[in-house]
Ligand binder design. Structure first.
Ligand SMILES: Nc1ncnc2c1ncn2[C@@H]1O[C@H](COP(=O)(O)OP(=O)(O)OP(=O)(O)O)[C@@H](O)[C@H]1O
Length: 616
């Protein structure tokens, strides 16, 4: 919203001045005074007089009425009709597309000035004619932008989902598709208004627009051209207001686009200035010698319309070479925000509020983008949940793996292709030569995930982050991929961070586990210790929620609180059967509960003693 303030105020001031022109007591903009022809600034005329002795300031303000009136009216008419055409054409295709979008191509064939000449000849010059000409000229732009956006939106699952609900087409178009195409349409609107102001000036300049002596910025430029040498400021003023108006309009529409899109919301930098300037001056954390990644106190802040939130706070863990650390927690606990922060892939609305993350001797959280780019896909790489949307659909899978190699190593394409083939074989893809020539849609989900793993391993990373890589796969393929990852880790010594919801997967693949709840690690340790003797009530509740034999699983009452409503003190307290007033008294640290074992609970010692006394 802050971004709207400056351009919004500027545009509002320009519009206000134009609308209030009759109330400002300005001199008559068309009254000539030959005695003061080309006079400089004088009493009652702060910007001087033009070639007919008319007041320049008054003509600028009155001219704004004409120029902006014509520009806004034509851009809005074209915007409303063009967007409707694009929606209809993109959704219904066939005849609808022919009538609404393809027919617009005819207009694009006409040079704008020729079209203006044609309409002016038929209708006579004037503001009404200009609005008509400009609306027709901008119609195809809106129709085409909306059409392209609708085609892309149609293929998305959220549109399929409302179709599956049986919603009628007009409702889907207005409530689902339109809000998603609003961003590009708004940008197009800003371009159309800006371009209409310029074109109005140009056409008036050519005598095809506003009829003299009516004031318009285009006519002022036209008049000033003849006396440019004697009075250059006469040219400067209309050009200056034209430029200012267009800039303000463009800024306003960009800010509006961001405001209507909830995915954006601010563009604050990922790094604070101090961090950007002093990346090398931070003292390095002192992790064990075989530690590949050491994270200390990672805190991420995100700007939201309800204010800043901290979905990840004070997260600390180590991952050693050849070790798999599973990060487990309910949906919304902050697992993905943690890993995207480590990869330097946080959205623009998010920033690192505190903490350090050391990959060897490199501090990741304050590394400039170029340094991060070199690490991503090199020393650290990532495998995402959905291989279908992570692979580029228009490139052969072999090319994509070869490209991943070429992005980091200066070798020939033929050599990269050979290495890609070896990687295909390494991840268990039979007949790699044939498979490398296949497009992603020609492969099964499991095969695609193997390709993604091959890409991630292309440059022998020290750290591999797997964000729920098996969730989209069936159980048999899931087991194969887990086996593959375990085998690769054994063979290459790569450290793995494995994000999952499933404790079964944790037991199968991980050496150590970090349990996250509401943006914090609440317990971590070796899988054997944590599973056998959980210290945090949340870990216990998670383990009790796993179905086992004939025992019905015990659900955890309540839900994970959203980041803007995290409770004071222990965030699990409102759902915890063991909570006491002291649990909510203040922030709880992650306490060391033994070698490599940490817990964040005010009562962990009491509860541990009790569970020793009462055997399960
Ligand atoms: N760009 C964003 N703007 C606002 N809130 C966000 C944004 N990204 C994440 N969040 C919030 O941060 C919290 C943690 O999200 P995150 O995706 O890390 O959870 P998760 O544990 O990975 O969940 P899941 O297992 O469902 O992927 C959530 O409450 C989410 O709503």
């Amino acid at each position: 919203m802050k971004r709207l303030l400056i351009p919004g105020t500027l545009v509002a001031l320009i519009l206000l001045a134009a609308l209030a022109a009759p109330l400002l007591g300005l001199p008559d903009p068309v009254r000539q005074d030959i005695a003061h022809r080309l006079a400089g600034p004088m009493e009652g005329s702060p910007l001087g007089r033009d070639e007919f002795g008319r007041d320049v300031f008054s003509r600028l303000i009155w001219g704004a009425r004409t120029s902006l009136g014509v520009a806004f009216a034509s851009a809005l008419i074209a915007g409303v009709i063009g967007t409707a055409f694009g929606l209809i054409g993109g959704w219904f295709r066939g005849l609808g597309e022919l009538l609404t979008v393809r027919s617009m191509d005819v207009i694009l064939c006409f040079p704008p000035v020729l079209l203006a000449l044609l309409v002016v000849t038929l209708m006579g010059p004037g503001a009404g004619t200009l609005i008509l000409v400009l609306s027709v000229l901008y119609l195809p732009g809106f129709a085409r932008v909306t059409y392209a956006e609708v085609l892309s939106a149609r293929s998305h699952d959220y549109v399929e989902a409302v179709r599956a609900l049986g919603a009628p087409a007009p409702r889907i178009l207005l409530r689902t598709v339109l809000p998603n195409v609003a961003g590009p349409v708004l940008v197009q609107l800003s371009l159309a208004v800006a371009s209409a102001v310029v074109l109005e000036s140009g056409l008036s300049f050519l005598g095809l627009g506003v009829v003299p002596p009516a004031p318009s910025w285009g006519l002022m430029i036209r008049g000033a051209r003849a006396t440019m040498e004697q009075a250059p400021m006469l040219l400067f003023w209309p050009c200056a207001v034209l430029t200012l108006t267009i800039l303000a309009m463009n800024l306003l529409c960009d800010a509006l686009r961001d405001a209507v899109d909830p995915r954006t919301g601010g563009t604050r930098s990922r790094l604070r200035a101090r961090d950007r300037l002093l990346p090398g001056l931070l003292p390095a954390a002192k992790p064990a010698p075989d530690t590949v990644l050491a994270v200390r106190g990672l805190t991420v802040e995100i700007d939201t319309p309800r204010g800043p939130i901290r979905p990840v706070q004070d997260v600390s863990f180590d991952v050693r070479a050849g070790e798999t650390l599973a990060i487990v927690g309910e949906s919304g606990s902050g697992k993905s925000v943690t890993t995207t922060a480590l990869m330097g892939l946080l959205p623009s609305v998010a920033r690192i509020a505190a903490g350090e993350a050391w990959l060897g001797g490199t501090e990741l959280l304050r590394l400039p983008e170029e340094g991060m780019r070199r690490l991503r896909g090199g020393a650290m790489s990532m495998v995402f949940q959905d291989p279908m949307s992570s692979l580029n659909p228009v490139h052969r899978t072999g090319d994509q793996v070869a490209e991943a190699i070429l992005a980091h190593r200066p070798i020939s394409r033929a050599e990269a292709w050979r290495q890609a083939e070896a990687l295909f074989r390494r991840v268990g893809i039979a007949d790699p030569e044939r498979r490398m020539r296949a497009f992603p849609h020609e492969m099964s989900g499991g095969m695609k995930q193997r390709v993604m793993i091959a890409m991630a391993l292309a440059n022998r990373p020290k750290l591999l982050i797997c964000d729920e890589p098996t969730t989209a796969l069936d159980v048999t393929v899931q087991a194969q991929i887990l086996d593959l990852l375990a085998e690769l880790r054994r063979d290459t010594g790569t450290a793995i961070i494995f994000i999952t919801h499933s404790l079964g997967v944790v037991a199968e693949i991980a050496d150590r586990v970090a349990v996250m709840y509401a943006g914090q690690i609440v317990e971590q340790g070796s899988v054997a210790e944590v599973f056998q003797a959980p210290l945090h009530p949340y870990t216990r509740a998670l383990l009790a929620a796993v179905p086992e034999g004939d025992t019905p699983p015990a659900g955890i009452p309540g839900i994970v609180p959203p980041p803007h409503a995290f409770p004071e003190g222990c965030r699990f307290a409102p759902r915890c059967a063991h909570a006491r007033p002291k649990c909510s008294a203040g922030a709880l640290p992650l306490e060391e509960a033994g070698p490599g074992r940490d817990v964040r609970c005010a009562r962990w010692q009491e509860l541990a003693c009790r569970s020793e006394e009462v055997p399960a």
